[in-house]
Design a protein around this ligand. Structure first.
Ligand code: 3NM
Ligand code: MG
Length: 515
């Protein structure tokens, strides 16, 4: 019986008026179970014992009818009184060993964990499943000890796999239709993946719990098709010699498809970014109002979030757009401009990374190190030196891409690009790129165009855009009429345009300059 439980969609109840909105909890749970919830936990931190026992009894009648287990949060006595399938205990609740003794070997006992230590202790103590959290900040539980994000869940799953524990796992906190697939994807490793997700408000707090549960369950079941881990393992050198095999094709595809590049960017670079998008064959829209993303994300393009000037209104807009693009499964490029510079920016990076999946994160060394350092538990020493050498940069982009399951680009004199499996360095570019404003920002726009047309390999797409961009800069800087940064700027736009047009005609000699 215990082994048959389907944890894919795990419902935790909440009887607060803000969530339940005057409905009968039993009706809400029955609807959710009809929609596909496979496990129900009664969680009521305020009800007295008689009240709790009565509602547990009514809930158990329903869950039994659908052959779904009912667990009681914290209250072993209530579980015993109603003879339901088990309990869920938090770190401040009754000890696991005592609960097991009282309930016996057949009872289901789950434990809340937020650290590796708590997880390993619960496994050793014989927990049947772990509720890992808090993943994302949530209004449903504001007294939470630890927001751990996908990276924290991944760390815990890795530690469980290492000791070979067979425990089931769900994660909890702030999960809804916009992020359920990405948390399953981002938190997993080849060794161990989550068995499901636990939610409160996304099911109990919506008008139609049955439809919500049905939709969420189908998202859980299809997450593997929706996000894919790159499977190639070619070495750096193989990829380099292959430039000609994929770069021209990607640039031709931008030229042919004119993908939308939706930029939420700062005032300084808006005009420049739009011109770069046009030069490489994309269709730019500079739209900083998040509400528009719900429509724009349906046009098959990509989103650039450039944190160049961040304020609370801007941040809320970024989050809104990010969620819209995530739901539509259209790619997002994140440029954490000035990430480490102020507390406000560090917090904004944290929020953006928690609120959505970022297909590409592009930044300079300091910015990428801030993104990495956001998850304290995983710093592992890379932050201790003031500037990183080539090996450290390679290791950092690969580790961050592995952790985030995306593409990481660290720009600089040499650029480092990784999807966690393939990591390499691009040495093209020109000093004039650093002598005019916004070139780093508009590179994000160029990358967004490539990713919009070539989602099948985001690493190759990023590399194609970067080579076009940096070689165009070299060609422009070498022109006789270019005397400095001022004359460089229009020449750069010209050469971006020229190289793109030439590539569309099949002339790809410029790619010889790739290094
Ligand atoms: N436990 P929602 S977070 C009940 O971190 C609960 O252990 C948490 O609610 C933990 O799905 C949480 O509405 C609330 O975000 C989850
Ligand atoms: Mg608890």
């Amino acid at each position: 019986m215990k082994g048959d439980i389907d944890y894919s969609l795990y419902l935790v109840t909440d009887s607060t008026p803000a969530i339940l909105k005057g409905r009968d909890l039993v009706d809400v749970v029955e609807a959710a179970v009809k929609g596909g919830v496979g496990c129900v936990q009664l969680r009521d931190k305020t009800g007295d014992t008689a009240e709790l026992t009565s509602i547990a009894r009514r809930l158990h009648e329903v869950t039994r009818k659908y052959r779904v287990p009912l667990l009681i949060n914290d209250r072993v006595d209530v579980a015993l009184a109603v003879r339901c399938e088990g309990v869920h205990i938090g770190q401040d609740d009754m000890e696991l060993a005592v609960a097991r003794q009282l309930l016996g070997p057949d009872a289901v006992i789950g434990v809340t964990v937020s650290t590796v230590e708590e997880a390993l202790r619960a496994c050793e103590g014989g927990a049947d499943y772990l509720g890992i959290g808090t993943v994302y900040a949530t209004a449903t539980k504001t007294n939470t000890k630890n927001i751990i994000g996908a990276a924290g869940v991944q760390e815990i799953l890795g530690a469980i796999a290492e000791v070979g524990a067979s425990v089931q796992t769900v994660c909890i906190g702030g999960i809804d239709e916009s992020n359920v697939q990405r948390i399953l994807y981002q938190s997993g490793s080849p060794q161990k993946a989550l068995d499901g997700v636990a939610l409160v408000s996304a099911i109990v707090g919506v008008p139609d719990p049955e439809a919500a549960a049905r939709n969420l369950l189908s998202l859980v079941k299809t997450h593997a098709d929706s996000y894919k881990t790159p499977t190639r393992t070619e070495s750096d050198t193989v990829i380099r010699s292959d430039f000609g095999l994929f770069v021209p094709a990607i640039i031709k595809k931008i030229h042919g498809n004119t993908p939308l590049s939706h930029n939420m960017t700062n005032l300084v670079v808006q005009n420049f970014a739009a011109n770069v998008a046009l030069a490489i064959g994309a269709s730019p829209i500079m739209a900083n109002y998040g509400e528009e993303a719900a429509d724009l994300c349906k046009l098959g393009g990509s989103l650039v979030i450039n944190m160049g000037s961040v304020d609370p209104v801007g941040l809320a807009n970024y989050v809104k757009a990010l969620k819209a693009y995530n739901i539509a499964r259209q790619p997002v490029v994140f440029d954490p401009v000035g990430a480490g510079a102020t507390a406000v920016r560090r917090a904004a990076v944290k929020t953006i990374m928690a609120e959505g999946y970022l297909d590409v994160i592009k930044g300079n060394e300091g910015e990428i190190r801030t993104v990495w350092g956001n998850h304290e538990a995983q710093q592992r020493g890379v932050d201790s030196s003031s500037t990183l050498d080539t090996d450290q940069k390679t290791a950092l982009v690969a580790a961050l891409a592995t952790r985030e399951k995306n593409v990481i680009i660290m720009t600089g004199k040499s650029d480092f690009v990784s999807d966690g499996q393939r990591t390499f360095r691009i040495d093209n570019g020109h000093e004039y790129l650093g002598a005019v404003t916004g070139t780093g920002c508009v590179l994000g726009t160029a990358i967004s165009a490539a990713i919009a047309v070539y989602e099948e390999d985001k690493l190759e797409a990023a590399v194609a855009a970067m080579l076009l961009f940096e070689i165009a800069a070299e060609v422009a800087a070498a022109r006789a009429d270019v005397k400095g940064p001022g004359t460089f700027l229009p020449a750069f736009l010209d050469e971006l345009y020229n190289l793109r047009q030439a590539t569309a005609r099949g002339e790809v000699g410029w790619l010889q300059r790739a290094k």
